[in-house]
Design a protein around this ligand. Structure first.
Ligand SMILES: [Zn+2]
Length: 613
């Protein structure tokens, strides 16, 4: 992971997205121009974003009260306490210390680089401050220097090199070792040069001897020495990833009340070794952007993230971009799942995979989650956080497992089936989704219930059909399926629809509320009597009142005809069969909803022509 991060830093730096090592782009509030005779002229103030361009200047981590042992000045660009010794009220000693440190650092830099501008700045600073400087510049204002040609020494390459070496020396314990990333023998860091922020939590990493970094990447030893450059690069890359929306997604958030559980917060960061454009329909697409799709959350009532639909489409076609074919093997995708715990960074998952393998895995994953919408809407794939949220599972292994299925092509996690099955039943029995006769009158609660059932059905389909050919058939109602469990599920939905129509929807609880549990575990005993009730009482009523008798009768006969005469309905169902039952039920219900909607539309005469579409 560390070496991949170091490589990522190189890539981002090359793209200009990452500032040079140990620097930060900052705007000064004041610039002091020091001419070749050591005379200084105050320029400014610059306030607000437009006032002065950013300067790439030395930076380091600094916190706590200024003291003899905690000075940490920034070279050439710092606040006025450091740069000029301008004190906050009552903190004169601090400012004096800070300023002394600032000058000492300048002297060291001058000795090492021989940069003439530094000598002039030192000369300028040794003189008493000019009146205007003392009056106008505030202690926390950022100050830097330039020469009379308008050049900023703070941004000069030789100065930044010096700065890097200076910090490296300071942060190393004087221990020599071989860097575990670049393989160079030399001083290695004891203290990491910066911290990482994970979902608002700062992680202060004080040593690489942490399980966070060492338990992953089996090539790492328990103690992986790092040189200053590699350590800085890894941290900067990680910080860049956690701050750039294109490269991270929250895949689990602790939402409960009371005590906070930062470990339940999980942030995924991901990137490609090289950026990759893919051509689709004459359009150049940024693959990195699209690969985020499976990690995006989904509003339960909403539509899938656009990226996911686009990605799914893209995975179906051969990639024709000129270099795509060769890059499939050389380019790679990297993903880490991070949490912060008591200021420590926890790496929960680390995935690295070639683009070619990734494409196959993602395709298999998205296809396996594709399932018709709860109202018969076109089948679509589902994202991982959406499925995890629908399951309300706090088991981090389920999330991890799903990630590994999506990105590495591993089998779906075992727990998925059981958790999704339980949730499917409890969500189903928690609402009155059957009551909405028309789609337009659905309440928000019913919409949410339906969306959740959709995601749970996707989870069930994933766990039972992943990697199998029937995956595609199971996207929607399969009228020709002969699996008894699936047809038992269908049958229950048919019986419910018959009951609802017989009662003209004036009903509080349907037979699903009472019998789903029994029907999905012991179908023969439960469904037999219900079929008889439908045939003797409900269907005749539907026929009399003209509420769709022919269609319902045909559906019932079709499903009943799928059970073999010899064996009939099964007595009990295994866990996997119960999932099949749930899918049959879900598919059949979606079919009825679509039908209802069509009827409603054609009855009101508004969309006669499109009702068959
Ligand atoms: Zn190194």
């Amino acid at each position: 992971m560390l070496s991949d991060l170091v490589m990522a830093a190189e890539r981002f730096r090359g793209e200009g997205a990452l500032a040079p090592r140990s620097t930060k782009r900052r705007r000064p509030n004041w610039v002091i121009e020091v001419d070749s005779s050591g005379q200084g002229y105050l320029l400014g103030p610059y306030r607000g974003k437009e006032s002065h361009s950013e300067i790439t200047a030395p930076d380091r981590q600094r916190s706590g009260k200024i003291s003899e042992s905690n000075l940490k000045p920034y070279l050439l660009m710092d606040d006025a306490r450091y740069a000029l010794g301008i004190a906050e009220r009552g903190k004169e000693t601090e400012a004096e210390l800070a300023h002394r440190g600032f000058i000492q650092l300048l002297e060291e830099a001058y000795e090492s680089t021989g940069d003439r501008d530094l000598k002039l700045i030192i000369e300028y600073l040794r003189k008493p401050l000019a009146d205007d400087v003392r009056q106008k510049v505030q202690p926390k204002d950022i100050v830097t220097f330039r020469n009379s040609r308008g050049e900023f020494p703070a941004a000069r390459a030789s100065i930044l090199d010096f700065w890097s070496n200076y910090l490296a020396k300071e942060l190393s314990a004087g221990v020599q070792a071989t860097c575990s990333v670049c393989g160079q023998y030399g001083e290695v860091v004891r203290i990491l040069p910066n911290e990482v922020k994970i979902m608002g939590q700062k992680c202060q990493i004080t040593s690489f001897n942490l399980p966070a970094f060492t338990s992953f990447g089996k090539q790492q030893t328990t103690n992986s020495p790092l040189c200053y450059n590699c350590a800085t690069d890894a941290i900067s890359a990680l910080n860049y990833l956690t701050q750039n929306p294109k490269h991270h997604a929250v895949i689990a958030r602790h939402t409960g009340s009371g005590q906070s559980h930062p470990l339940r917060n999980q942030l995924a960061v991901f990137w490609l070794r090289q950026p990759q454009q893919v051509e689709s329909g004459g359009e150049e697409l940024d693959l990195e952007e699209l690969l985020k799709g499976p990690l995006l959350g989904m509003e339960r009532t909403g539509t899938p993230p656009p990226d996911l639909a686009q990605l799914e489409q893209l995975l179906r076609i051969p990639w024709t971009g000129e270099e795509s074919a060769t890059n499939l093997d050389t380019n790679s995708f990297h993903l880490a799942v991070l949490s912060a715990n008591k200021g420590r960074l926890v790496v929960r998952e680390w995935i690295t995979v070639s683009l070619g393998a990734l494409r196959d895995s993602l395709r298999a994953f998205l296809w396996a989650t594709r399932i018709v919408g709860p109202r018969g809407e076109e089948a679509r794939p589902c994202s991982i956080p959406a499925v995890v949220e629908a399951m309300e599972s706090s088991d981090p292994n389920v999330t991890r497992g799903l990630l590994r299925t999506a990105y590495l092509g591993e089998m779906p996690p075992h727990a998925l089936l059981e958790v999704a099955l339980q949730r499917f039943r409890s969500v189903l029995l928690s609402g009155r989704a059957h009551n909405d006769r028309r789609y337009a009158s659905e309440s928000a609660r019913i919409r949410e219930q339906l969306a959740t059932l959709h995601l749970l059905a996707a989870a069930l389909k994933l766990s039972t059909t992943y990697g199998k050919e029937e995956g595609e058939k199971m996207e929607q109602l399969d009228r020709y399926a002969t699996r008894p469990a699936y047809n038992c599920g269908r049958l229950l939905a048919v019986l419910e629809e018959i009951q609802l129509r017989a009662a003209n929807w004036n009903i509080n609880a349907t037979l699903v509320d009472r019998f789903y549990g029994g029907a999905s575990t012991a179908p023969a005993a439960t469904l037999g009597p219900l079929v008889r009730l439908a045939e003797t009482s409900h269907l005749p009523k539907i026929r009399r009142e003209n509420r769709g008798y022919d269609r319902l009768k045909a559906e019932l006969e079709e499903v009943m005809g799928r059970f073999s005469a010899a064996e009939g309905m099964p007595c009990t169902l295994t866990l996997t069969q119960q999932a099949d039952f749930a899918l049959g039920f879900y598919h059949q219900r979606a079919e009825f909803r679509r039908w209802r909607q069509e009827r409603t539309q054609s009855n009101t005469g508004t969309t006669d022509n499109t009702s068959n579409s």
